[in-house]
Design a protein around this ligand. Structure first.
Ligand code: S3P
Length: 165
């Protein structure tokens, strides 16, 4: 089986859907953020604060490469910022973009304090969202709309797609 990479903005459900998909398919699963936290023994916010975003992006490139031995990979929202990551994903598998509206994401992350790039003013968050969604769409093999859908419905849609690939 090709590796299934889930991409999308923060709060689009990549981790929840990735885990549920891997369980449903009885396949292996990894989350690149989780892999970074485990190997570096530091929380993401701490890495951003102490070492800066560019160090985090380097860790992320390595985590994605290491994670590509798994069947289902949930990625961080900024994975598409580096062309090396696009190459890794295109070489090893299928890229599935979980699209959620800015409104839905804002609701989901209303009280979230753990994501450095969400801890920002509304204008910056909206600009980041608008810029990123162009990239997710550009590199996705498949776009899945997630607003108002159950986890099980999204998992089923992905399953139907990969069966035919
Ligand atoms: C980031 C998203 C986060 C995490 C880091 C940076 C981003 O992951 O990798 O805070 O640049 O969008 P999630 O998409 O899982 O929130």
């Amino acid at each position: 089986m090709k590796t299934i990479y889930l991409i999308g903005f923060m709060g689009s459900g990549k981790s929840t859907i990735g885990l549920a998909l891997a369980k449903r398919l009885t396949k292996t699963y990894v989350d690149t953020d989780q892999l970074i936290v485990e190997t570096k023994k530091q929380e993401i916010a701490e890495i951003f604060q102490i070492d800066g975003e560019s160090v985090f992006r380097d860790y992320e490139i390595k985590a994605l490469k290491d994670g590509s031995t798994y069947d289902v990979v949930s990625t961080g929202g900024g994975i598409i910022e580096k062309s090396e990551n696009i190459q890794t994903m295109q070489k090893n598998g299928l890229i599935i973009y979980l699209h959620a509206s800015f409104k839905e994401i804002s609701n989901r992350l209303e009280r979230d304090q753990t994501r450095p790039l969400w801890n920002n003013n509304i204008e910056d968050k909206l600009n980041l969202y608008n810029r990123r969604i162009q990239l997710y769409k550009k590199y996705a093999d498949r776009i899945i709309e997630t607003d108002g859908k159950l986890v099980s419905e999204i998992v089923q849609e992905i399953e139907e797609y990969i069966i035919n690939e």
